[in-house]
Design a protein around this ligand. Sequence first.
Ligand code: GDP
Length: 360
Amino acid sequence: VENKKIQTEAEENLRSPICCIMGHVDTGKTKLLDCIRGTNVQEGEAGGITQQIGATYFPAENIRERTKELKADAKLNVPGLLVIDTPGHESFTNLRSRGSGLCDIAILVVDIMHGLEPQTIESLNLLRMRNTEFIVALNKVDRLYAWKAQRNAPIRKTLKQQSKDVQNEFDRRLMEVITQFKEQGLNTELYYKNKDMGETFNIVPTSAISGEGIPDLLLLLIQWSQKTMIEKLTFRNEVQCTVLEVKVIEGHGTTIDVVLVNGVLHEGDQIVVCGLQGPIVTTIRALLTPHPMKELRVKGTYLHHKEIKAAQGIKITGQGLEHAIAGTGLYVVGRDDDVEDVKESAMEDMKSVMSRIDKS
Ligand code: GDP
């Protein structure tokens, strides 16, 4: 009984899982995010900012609404899902690894018309090296010849309504991709046929254009996170937070974009971040987020918060942040902490970031 109680309490006190999207260029990573979010970053809504990192928060209610046609009786215990969008450009390897290093789970996107490509394999190896859970999105199913699209339909429903020829073509291409993964030493299977989850990785067919398969992808992301990472996702009071970017925003001065992985941040918290000239001790003046479903990079109005619980992408304003260094940790000086100790931890972080930069 006691164990059961602990289990229930743990399930009720979870942070949102952090998810990133990886894969070869042009497989539809940006378009998939746009489709989930209902925005259009891919066609330039975010105007020239597509080479930066972004974070979008999807509240659980939104995911529940989007997945209701699947009639899953599954409970969504997490407050939501935080999706980190990492740039695909070659020269952004550092940013990319910064973003993907924070992830609990990843979506590995494969174009059904192209199968595995060089960066698919690169991403796959990175995920395996880090032991990161992932789900394969077999994207662009709408490009199969004579495909009949049904907006936002669950994948099984839409597949059933395709002609025999389309179904055969789908099966043939799916088998090809499964074989290619096998050649990389990885077992994969359509998620609803997968009887060996854990050993065999899940494939969700999707279209970022028609939204088909997106309900399946969202539900599986949440279910799989809840099933395999309860411990990792348990909310803790200890702050775990990484600086993604430092930038000047009109009307806000210098701000830092951070990903709060665990814990809580409050307006007025005393914080320490790494700076080029040593640790920066300052106070959080404002905690800002975009509206849910909007991305952190896209200009617009921000929501002000008194406090924010993990996981979230947050913009922080405060004095002296202009020399902060991306990729390092943000530390909170607690009531019983000695500022000097916290400064020391911050600078330890900086050493490891610097040695990583030297190596690359
Ligand atoms: P990224 O480089 O992986 O971010 O790929 P993009 O999201 O920029 O997409 C590359 C191209 O493929 C764009 O022209 C998209 O409109 C197109 N695309 C992406 N997803 C789909 C899809 O599901 N179906 C079709 N037909 N086109 C897609």
